[in-house]
Every structure is written in C-alpha cells, then in structure tokens.
Write a protein that binds this ligand. Structure first.
Ligand SMILES: [Fe+2]
Length: 198
C-alpha cells in the first residue's frame, strides 16, 4: 500500500520580488507559515486514511475527508498562486492564445478584470477568485469560499487570487479593493498561458 505526501514548493522568485504590490513580510508569512499549514493538514489527513486502511486506527471518515478537501485545496491553490505572479509591471495584460481566448469569451480583457475583481471583492469571509477553463477551453470566473467550496468539478484553474485577509491585511488593512486593483500588475500571464495550453 502506498502513502501520498505533499510538499511545500519553493517560491519561484525572491520574497521581495512582488514589492510594492505585495510586501516581503506578507510573502514570508503567507508562504512559510500559512501554505505550510495546509501542507501539514493535507499530509495529516492522508496519513490518517493510510493508517485506517492498514487497520491501525479508527477514524471519522467524513471528518477526515472534509479536512483533506480543505487543506489539499489550500495547498493546490497556493501552489498555483505563487506561479501566477511575477515582478510588477504597469499596463500588464495578457497576450498569446490566452489573450485571444479572453477576448472571445469575455469581450475584452477589461471585461474579464471587471468580472474577476467583482468576484474577488464579493468573496464572503475567506476565499478566492479563479479564472478556470472547461474541457472545451471555455473560460469561467469562479467565486470560491474557503479553499474548497463552489468549485466546478473538472474545471482547471488558470489564474487564482487569494483574498483571505492573510494575503493582504498587513499591506492594505481593510482596503481589499486596492489590493485587488494592484494585484493585476503582478499577474504572470506567461504562466496563465502555459496552464491554458497544457
Ligand atoms: Fe492564502
């Protein structure tokens, strides 16, 4: 019988690379503490299931699967989030195939920004805004609660934005709208394009 473990991936850039949009202080806490906690939570759930299968422990399966869903989605989304960002650029906008697709589906990049930002601002409590695609490469903006609620099965996330307070509060306090507006400068559209084509 095999056991699955997940690992904290290193950031693809330096902690201060996203400044002034996202500070080094936030990146250190967010990656080293928060993301690590999801990795540990996912591994703990995976280990419980492994021991349960071996007959070593009894577990409340529903509870463990709920933990697995929360922590594994937290791990997966943060792993995408880090790669989705790079050094800030003014007038940062998508090109290539993803740029064309966005124009076809949303009418314009501005329309996508409007819908995606509205999704991010309207997350109740903690969650994410996500640009995802289905099997036919149609694009959707999703509004995710926590890490794991309101996903659509089989849809692939291309671009994800963390709007939990831990993602912005130290830099923006309660001004979530300003965080979201600035965040567009650090979107790594090359990574979004790569995920779109995969
Ligand atoms: Fe986060």
């Amino acid at each position: 019988m095999e056991i699955k473990k997940v690992e904290l991936p290193p950031l693809p850039y330096k902690y201060n690379e996203l400044e002034p949009v996202i500070s080094e202080r936030i990146m250190r806490l967010h990656h080293d503490k928060h993301h690590l906690a999801y990795v540990k939570g996912a591994n703990s759930a995976l280990e419980k299931l492994y021991k349960f299968r071996k007959g070593e422990i009894e577990i409340n399966v529903r509870e463990v699967l709920r933990d697995l869903s929360f922590h594994m989605n937290g791990h997966v989304l943060h792993s995408i989030f880090w790669k989705n960002m790079r050094k800030p650029e003014e007038n940062n906008s998508p090109g290539g195939e993803i740029g064309d697709r966005i124009e076809k589906v949303f009418g314009s990049f501005e329309n996508l920004k409007k819908e995606f930002s509205a999704s991010a601002k309207s997350v109740e409590g903690v969650g994410w805004a996500i640009l995802a695609k289905d099997e036919e490469n149609y694009l959707y903006v999703l509004n995710i609660e926590k890490h794991n609620l309101m996903h659509i099965a089989g849809f692939k996330p291309l671009l994800v934005l963390d709007v939990w307070e831990h993602a912005f509060y130290l830099d923006y306090e309660n001004n979530k709208a300003s965080y979201i507006e600035n965040w567009w400068k650090v979107v790594n559209w090359d990574d979004v394009e790569k995920r779109f084509k995969e």
